[in-house]
Design a protein around this ligand. Structure first.
Ligand code: SAM
Length: 300
């Protein structure tokens, strides 16, 4: 992460130009920010920061990795929730593991049919930072229908009753730091056990281009646990994640299929709720995969 101010000349005057940079070995993503860092605290798990970026509004980062920004968070949060909700209309109980920015539960709570929505986030500073500086994603924390727990999702799932949830969303960061355990076969087996017979697991499954090794490995694990035919991949365009192409996995324990969904209801919902990304066309199109992604998925 390089936040050092660099003097630059803009319209004849010298100014200080500050950039946040998320670096990988070979590529980097930079966003210019105001220089006014809104939040910076080290929790027991990670460094939690909020920057005021010029192009994407306030941005949450964990250990120097972009988690969400005010101006494009809706893509991720609408896609991780409405795709499973429209293909599993009977869902009554939903669990989100991670997701402490609040965006995923904000979207889930739009669905009146859900009787139980539980969020298990390990780090209360993520919740605090978002309540202070990303109020649009944190808005659902005040919703009385939300059951918010600050604890380790791995422990929670181990202690969860069999077949309790119709939908489990793993809204994790990358497979480093506290989120590493959310990418293991042991964890997904517990998720499978806690799903009802018609239940669905959704995960953010990284970028097929940027993290192809992790991408291949986690899909292989999902297939071993849920069965080859029960695992589907879908994509969305997220400008502030490395490479801009991001993937989600849809794994069903029973017969729910992501493309057997109520398109009419999805269209009406998208309009009435004023969604910015998800609609019935996007739902179908997101499952159309480029050949290089199909090859990665079939490579094991
Ligand atoms: N949208 C983001 C992305 O893909 O970059 C991910 C959301 S981020 C808010 C993921 C959250 O998972 C973090 O707040 C982190 O603290 C939380 N987390 C990591 N490990 C966890 C665990 N074992 N149990 C519960 N939450 C965890």
């Amino acid at each position: 992460r390089d936040v050092s101010p660099k003097p630059v000349e803009v319209a004849g005057t010298i100014t200080r130009d500050v950039w946040f940079t998320e670096r990988d070995e070979n590529i980097a993503l930079s966003l210019k920010h105001s220089g006014n860092q809104l939040y910076k605290k080290d929790s027991d798990y990670q460094r939690v920061e909020v920057y005021e970026t010029l192009a994407y509004g306030n941005m949450l980062t964990l250990d120097g990795m972009v988690m969400c920004t005010q101006k494009d968070e809706y893509v991720y949060h609408e896609m991780i929730t409405h795709v499973p909700m429209f293909s599993n209309r009977k869902a009554k109980r939903a669990l989100v593991i991670g997701g402490g920015d609040g965006g995923t539960v904000r979207e889930l709570l739009r669905h009146e049919q859900l009787e139980e929505v539980t969020l298990v986030e390990i780090d209360e500073l993520v919740i605090e930072a978002c309540k202070l500086h990303l109020p649009e994603t944190a808005v659902a924390f005040d919703n009385p229908r939300l059951n918010l727990l600050v604890e380790d999702g791995i422990k929670y799932i181990k202690e969860c009753a069999d077949a309790h949830y119709d939908l489990i969303i793993v809204d994790s960061a990358d497979p480093v730091g506290p989120g590493e355990g959310l990418f293991t076969a042991e964890f997904y087996k517990e998720v499978y056990r806690c799903l009802t017979n018609d239940g669905v697991m959704i995960t953010q499954s990284e970028s097929p281009r940027f993290n192809s090794a992790v991408f291949v490995e986690i899909y292989d694990t999902y297939k071993q646990i849920f069965g080859k035919e029960k695992v589907h991949c879908y994509l969305a365009a997220i400008p502030t994640y490395p490479t801009g192409t991001w993937s989600f996995s849809y794994s069903s324990k029973g017969n729910a299929h992501p493309l057997q969904f109520d398109a009419e209801a999805a269209a009406a919902f998208s309009q009435s709720q004023g969604l910015k990304y998800y609609n019935e066309g996007i739902h179908t199109a997101a499952f159309a995969l480029p050949n290089f992604v199909k090859e990665l998925l079939n490579s094991n």
